[in-house]
Design a binder for this molecule. Structure first.
Ligand SMILES: [Zn+2]
Length: 308
């Protein structure tokens, strides 16, 4: 399990928050615009427990007081956590939250609301939150998290102060991943499929990353030889989504590496990559997918384009 103190890119956000808390200058509504895979949940758990702790020490929760014990047990009555119910955060969830925040705090300290994936609030839910966002009442803090700040309604984002996080560069991530996983070699290529660095570590532990890596190797070989390698001859509907995701990345990488000298061919490979994406998106609508057949068709197109 990755711990917060391993995530160097979140350190300054922790420090700023601890300072604001000590000086009582904290904005009452804060927006964290980073993916869960970069440690959003670890950060918000840390900030919530620090804000609720009765005796923080050097910008850290004491882990000892009654409040800390309640937080650790997940039963703190003044900590309200909202996550999407299915694909949406619904108006009832937000109304319930606002009512709870309007009551006096049960432990005599702060009241905290954490809303994960807040871009999934439907319009009614977002509207129901506006008043509380503007006037949350004394000693109330709201944390909103989103992986896609651009999808958030302006009425919401304009009422929040953003928690500044400088995400690591690809090179920095690479170093970090080498230090924190058992995998050697660049893992960042799989991030579009798996998610952020924490997801990558998890996928390496579960063996999922290694599966993706073998798909990548098999696709490179298949494309080079102009026919599907044997491991793709026996694949099923469960595997095909990942296999097509990996193919898309392999084709894109070929293009980025200027593998094809001819600009027309280059353009056609980009077109083929987007066709792969379209097929992948349509998979959920297709019944009885012939996974191997799909891959055969793609390799034939590729062969045709490259005159194998
Ligand atoms: Zn404490």
């Amino acid at each position: 399990m990755v711990k917060l103190n391993q995530l160097s890119w979140l350190k300054s956000a922790c420090n700023i928050f601890a300072k604001q808390l000590a000086e009582d200058t904290m904005p009452h509504a804060q927006l964290l615009g980073i993916e869960q895979g970069y440690g959003a949940e670890l950060l918000l758990e840390h900030l919530s427990s620090l804000a609720l702790c009765n005796k923080p020490i050097n910008g850290e929760a004491c882990n000892f007081c009654h409040s800390c014990q309640l937080t650790a047990a997940g039963t703190h009555p003044d900590l309200h956590i909202i996550k999407p119910d299915g694909q949406q955060i619904k108006v009832d969830q937000i109304r319930h939250l606002c009512r709870a925040l309007a009551n006096t705090s049960q432990q005599g300290g702060k009241r905290i609301a954490v809303i994960y994936e807040c871009e999934k609030m439907n319009v009614a839910a977002a509207n129901a939150l506006l008043k509380t966002l503007e006037e949350p009442g004394r000693d109330t803090l709201l944390f909103l998290q989103t992986s896609s700040p651009s999808l958030l309604m302006a009425t919401i984002s304009s009422r929040c102060q953003e928690i500044a996080v400088h995400l690591p560069s690809k090179d920095e991530l690479n170093v970090w991943l080498q230090q924190n996983s058992q995998v050697s070699g660049d893992m960042t290529w799989a991030m579009p499929i798996v998610g952020g660095p924490l997801n990558l570590i998890e996928s390496a532990t579960s063996g999922y990353y290694q599966t993706l890596l073998s798909y990548r190797k098999d696709w490179s070989q298949s494309l080079m030889e102009g026919h599907l390698c044997t491991s793709f001859l026996d694949i099923d509907e469960k595997e095909i989504v990942d296999i097509l995701d990996v193919l898309y990345l392999v084709l894109r990488q070929f293009v980025l590496q200027n593998k094809y000298a001819d600009p027309l061919l280059q353009a056609n490979i980009i077109k083929l990559a987007s066709e792969v994406m379209t097929i992948r998106q349509r998979l959920s609508l297709m019944s009885n997918v012939n996974a191997t057949g799909l891959c055969q068709q793609i390799i034939l197109k590729y062969r045709h384009l490259t005159n194998h």
